[in-house]
Design a protein around this ligand. Structure first.
Ligand code: G1P
Length: 279
């Protein structure tokens, strides 16, 4: 699991100062019904591990001292499970303060993130969308290590997708040549564009490092695509956008096929680790 390879927490924290990671978990998981009629989407297992555990572990690996879960009142509580994780010997949550806030209405991702504002520590924040599972190198830690607050207001995980799929994502309008750099400056992030009008095939996936100014910007952001308050609109308005090509492999666990592919991939890596350990 990711925790095994996480960088030294204190060292990472000092280097990048990302103290708070926000996890929006208020969604209703409609694409995973009927399973999500019984269990929160984030608690579905990827092979043997609840999806949420990957996000918590990745947040801790990025140096978080506080993790804020944005949930909704009617959703089964995550708190017992998190208490259980924190109570394990050598828990990756040791020294991490986990807090919960409620999003009363489903007004969009930007709104969900904004709900966390009053619980955050000063400085840049990280955001992980737990549906977007990234296996391999812990992506947020990689991004935090590349985040340069002198020239960036945001660093957003980027992945090239088929042109037919661009309408499901925030899409980068990249400055200059996109073919080489790992960090790609961009001047726009367009939420769910029409495939014919999409500025590129680079999609935002659910990892963000955001300068502290994002809070005031989110307060000023009105409804956008789908009549929702979009995180991408606030990021664009702030300027200083950068895409980041992460090393791991991403699975969209918000749909059945992505979830199944992730389960298979994680099972293979667990079995491989067992074999290696037995040698
Ligand atoms: C959200 C963001 C979108 C991003 C996507 C990544 O969309 O709004 O910009 O590309 O996550 O998974 P959602 O999947 O919530 O519709």
């Amino acid at each position: 699991m990711m925790t095994r390879r996480r960088p030294n927490r204190r060292e990472t924290f000092n280097m990048m100062g990302i103290d708070t990671v926000v996890l929006p978990v208020a969604g209703n998981g409609s694409r995973m019904r009927p399973a999500t009629d019984a269990i929160a989407k984030e608690m579905l297992p990827i092979y043997d591990t609840p999806l949420l555990q990957f996000a918590l572990s990745e947040a801790a690996a990025a140096g978080a001292r506080r993790i804020v879960l944005v949930t909704r009142a009617s959703k089964p509580g995550f708190d017992k499970y998190i208490d259980h994780l924190a109570a394990q010997p050598d828990s990756f949550l040791a020294g991490v303060d986990v807090q919960f806030v409620e999003q009363d209405e489903p007004l969009g991702l930007g709104h969900a993130v904004l709900c966390a504002r009053r619980c955050t520590l000063p400085g840049a924040i990280g955001v992980i969308l737990p549906d977007d599972l990234i296996l391999g190198e812990p992506a947020l830690a990689e991004m935090a290590a590349s985040f340069d607050p002198r020239r960036m207001k945001s660093l957003v995980a980027a992945q090239k997708v088929d042109r037919a799929s661009v309408g499901s994502y925030g899409i980068f309008d990249i400055d200059g040549d996109d073919s080489i750099a790992r960090v790609m400056p961009a001047h726009d992030l367009v939420e769910k564009p029409d495939p014919e009008k999409a500025p590129s095939q680079y999609a935002a996936v659910g990892r963000y490092v955001l300068a502290e100014e994002i809070w005031d910007q989110l307060e000023r952001t009105g409804p956008g695509a789908g009549d929702e308050i979009q995180l991408t609109d606030a990021i664009t308005a702030l300027g200083g956008i950068h895409g980041f090509r992460f090393s791991g492999r991403r699975y969209d666990c918000g749909n059945k096929e992505g979830w199944f592919a992730a389960t298979e991939a994680y099972r293979r890596s667990c079995l491989q680790s067992e074999l290696t350990a037995a040698e």
